[in-house]
Design a protein around this ligand. Structure first.
Ligand code: SAH
Ligand code: SF4
Ligand code: F3S
Length: 476
């Protein structure tokens, strides 16, 4: 028997009933037009995937979508709590909504996502933002029809967070964008409790979907013409621990790799403590798995890693990376780093710099430590000033920039097989795609050549900027 919780049939039926009730209310209220929803997603791809499920349900309720706030009847912000900056942006943007509510009293304003799992945030919303109508947490997304119904049919504000047992809701509709890439969640939550991180508190215990559900969804994605599937989880390497099936993550990769069709597989995120040689061998052997590994190391210093509760040391990390480089010669490595963890000294920070120089990552996601209420690190003495941390941060950026420039210069003149994703955001008339190593490459295209969008093409690099390549389309 699976230890994972699945929703019961009666819970699913109940939501279907609410869905019909919402449809009825909306069609009476908006008899001459389709009501419009505006959805904005903050944070990680896990949130993006949740928003796709939310949009799937809203669409079945009868909502269309808009990117223009002024024509919205329903606004939803799906929030992120990982750093203070992310939260500040949400509060700023919720503040702006006041004027839209004043102009349109029927506007429904809803907030969901990781911030809403925190009591102090809900209190602040309740007190300071009285025009927010609906607040719901990360465990109750599948109850959206019920929550929307209560909001649109009642006069009271609806708050539903801190409830639910994290049961996995299979078969909720998914509204994917029309691009060539699809997100596919394979697990939820996190059990690692890195001392700086809020995610385990706002996303709950780790739970994996059953492989047959994931594979069915992957087949569906491929049949719809998507060319890239990114498997999502906070720690994909511990996939499947409590499942009925004994398939681990490497096994899942092999199964998806064996599916018919022209597509690539990516995944994130890998935790070094659970990253195995078996996984690296699997990446090397599976032709559809991109040769890219995002393996966050956070710090290059053993004392800091221990204080972060990361369960690996510098030596183990470097061993893994060296094994991966040996097995997969054209591997692209990327990582996350935190600068200024409480109590980190400059000497310790220099170990992070030396690790970066040693590994030569393709790119880095770099963060200055941000204290999160309720985490262990938030209680630790943190004597180094923000200004000082800012200087270290800049030093790190400078070092990485030099490495990235060297790495991309090396790509000049080479030909890469690239998934063409769409029009470039930087240059008019150009198209943009990504190499297998996840580096953006842009190239000029005539009107007729635009039909290569959504296909894999060979592009020759003609100019290597620091983190973006420019090139030309090769005749096929
Ligand atoms: N599960 C992933 C990371 C998810 S959060 C993993 O373990 O690799 C994404 C990144 O945000 C983390 O890797 C970390 O570098 C950063 N991060 C998380 N909490 C943070 C905090 N309190 N302050 C600064 N950066 C943080
Ligand atoms: Fe946060 Fe650590 Fe879990 Fe990643 S593994 S989500 S950093 S607690
Ligand atoms: Fe943010 Fe929640 Fe993802 S805190 S990073 S949106 S899991």
């Amino acid at each position: 028997m699976s230890k994972q919780l699945q929703l019961t049939d009666s819970e699913i039926e109940l939501q279907k009933e609410y869905l019909q009730k919402v449809r009825a209310v909306l069609s009476a209220r908006f008899y001459d037009r389709t009501p419009k929803a505006y959805i904005h997603t903050y944070g990680c791809q896990g949130n993006v995937a949740d928003s796709e499920r939310i949009m799937g349900m809203l669409s079945e309720m009868g909502y269309g979508f808009t990117e223009d706030l002024s024509e919205a009847d329903f606004v939803l912000y799906n929030t992120c709590a990982v750093r203070e900056h992310a939260e500040d942006r949400v509060f700023g943007n919720v503040g702006i909504l006041k004027k839209y509510k004043e102009e349109n009293h029927n506007l429904i304003i809803a907030l969901c996502g990781c911030m809403m799992q925190q009591q102090h945030i809900r209190d602040k919303i309740y007190k300071s933002y009285p025009y927010v109508d609906l607040v719901f947490g990360t465990y109750v997304i599948h109850r959206l029809p019920e929550l929307v119904y209560k909001t649109i049919s009642g006069k009271k504000r609806v708050v539903c967070a801190d409830e639910g047992n994290g049961a996995i809701a299979e078969n909720t509709p998914v509204y994917r964008d029309k691009s060539v890439k699809a997100w596919l969640p394979i697990m939820y939550g996190c059990d690692n409790f890195c001392t700086y991180c809020i995610v385990p508190y706002v996303r709950g215990r780790e739970r994996s979907r059953e492989p047959e559900q994931i594979i069915a969804e992957a087949k569906n994605i491929i049949s719809k013409g998507y060319k890239e599937i990114t498997l999502l989880g906070q720690n994909v390497n511990s996939f499947g621990k409590n499942n009925k099936s004994d398939m681990n993550f490497a096994g899942l990769l092999r199964e998806i790799n064996a599916l018919d069709g022209e597509f690539k597989i990516r995944f994130m995120t890998s935790h070094p403590k659970d990253c195995t040689k078996e996984l690296i061998d699997t990446i090397a052997e599976c032709d559809k798995v991109s040769k890219h590994l995002h393996l966050p190391f956070q710090s290059g210093n053993d004392r800091v890693l221990k204080a972060m509760n990361r369960h690996y040391d510098r030596k183990k990390y470097l061993e893994l990376v060296n094994y991966a480089k040996e097995k997969i010669p054209d591997l692209s490595l990327t990582s996350d780093v935190i600068v200024g963890f409480p109590g980190e000294t400059y000497e310790e920070f220099k170990d992070t710099l030396s690790l970066i120089k040693e590994v030569e990552f393709t790119s880095l996601f770099t963060f200055i430590y941000s204290a999160r209420k309720g985490t262990k690190a938030a209680e630790m003495p943190d004597p180094v000033s923000r200004e000082e941390k800012g200087k270290w941060f800049q030093e790190l950026l400078d070092v990485q920039e030099e490495i990235a420039a060297r790495r991309t210069a090396y790509m000049n003149g080479k030909v890469f097989n690239v998934l063409v994703e769409g029009e470039s955001k930087n240059k008019e008339g150009w198209l943009s795609g990504r190499t297998d190593a996840n580096i953006i490459i842009e190239f000029p295209a005539t009107e007729e050549q635009k039909n290569v969008i959504g296909t894999y093409q060979n592009i020759k690099v003609t100019e290597a900027l620091n983190w973006i390549l420019r090139g030309e389309l090769q005749q096929s």
